[in-house]
Design a protein around this ligand. Structure first.
Ligand code: ZN
Length: 278
């Protein structure tokens, strides 16, 4: 059965300065038909064609719709509630001229979580408005693993905002297949991208990221990111703690338990070793 679309009631001008409600059925972004017009009921289909409301709907409404942000947001909400069948219409809404409509569309697509929205959402990550970019990135995180290949590709985008958002989203999704491309992004030309990649790697917590992260500690932006990550230490390769060297080289991290199985920590963290032995 074909999708019936969503119905929205609007007020339309009619004869003698009066307005009355009309129900419109939308099957696409701005694509509508009249579901119910009381004038049609009253006048019959032939005379209703001459009514002012009918003229308004055909002549003026399409342009009015373009400028009516409130109505467009109601429509996005209705499409969002309709779920998967409304995804193509919401993808169209991602290209709307009003940024808060685009943002609402991205949010609705994230809530639906349909992977067919991924290419449009990746494009929206490069939107001119930050709120739209954020909403699109969050939507991709909600879609999760199916969005990972497209986000990995976006790590090579020419727009640094897109690369950074892709790294952040990959960290939030936490899929290990993003680890090698994120390691590569540690060498990005933009410091914010490098930092986002380091944070993402810390969040994913895959041990193969540890040597490149240690190498990247020379990068101040990356070091800052690593310092903020508690999970970094948990992802480090377990190494035996050389008891004799411990007190000398790590004055602030006394090794009171000794023995093997200690977890290596970034030197800047002034914390005691976890006492594996008790
Ligand atoms: Zn009417």
């Amino acid at each position: 059965m074909a999708w019936q679309g969503v119905e929205i009631e609007i007020q339309v001008p009619c004869a003698e300065g009066q307005t009355h409600p009309v129900r419109l059925r939308f099957t696409g972004w701005g694509a509508f038909e009249v579901a119910y017009n009381p004038c049609e009921e009253l006048l019959g289909p032939v005379f209703a064609r001459m009514a002012a409301c009918t003229h308004y709907l055909h002549e003026k409404f399409p342009e009015a719709f373009r400028n009516d942000t409130a109505l467009k947001r109601r429509l996005v909400e209705a499409f969002g509630a309709a779920g998967a069948p409304a995804v193509p219409a919401l993808i169209q809404a991602l290209g709307d001229r009003r940024e808060n409509v685009r943002r609402a569309a991205a949010e609705a697509l994230g809530a639906i979580g349909d992977p067919q929205a991924i290419p449009a959402l990746i494009q929206a990550v490069g939107d001119s408005h930050s709120a739209v970019r954020r909403a699109a990135a969050e939507a991709l995180v909600k879609i999760g693993t199916p969005a990972v290949p497209a986000l990995i590709q976006a790590l090579g985008d020419s727009d640094r905002d897109v690369r950074r958002a892709a790294a952040e989203a990959l960290g939030a999704i936490g899929d290990p297949q993003a680890v090698p491309p994120l390691i590569q992004a540690l060498g990005d030309s933009d410091s914010a991208v490098r930092r986002a990649a380091a944070e993402a790697l810390g969040a994913i917590g895959d041990p193969q990221a540890v040597p490149p992260l240690i190498q990247a500690l020379g990068d101040r932006r990356v070091l800052f990111a690593v310092r903020q990550r508690k999970r970094w230490a948990n992802s480090a390769t377990p190494k035996p703690c050389p008891r004799s060297a411990c007190g000398r080289t790590q004055a602030n991290t006394p090794c009171d338990s000794g023995g093997a199985g200690q977890t290596r920590r970034p030197p800047s963290r002034a914390r005691a070793h976890p006492s594996a032995g008790g």
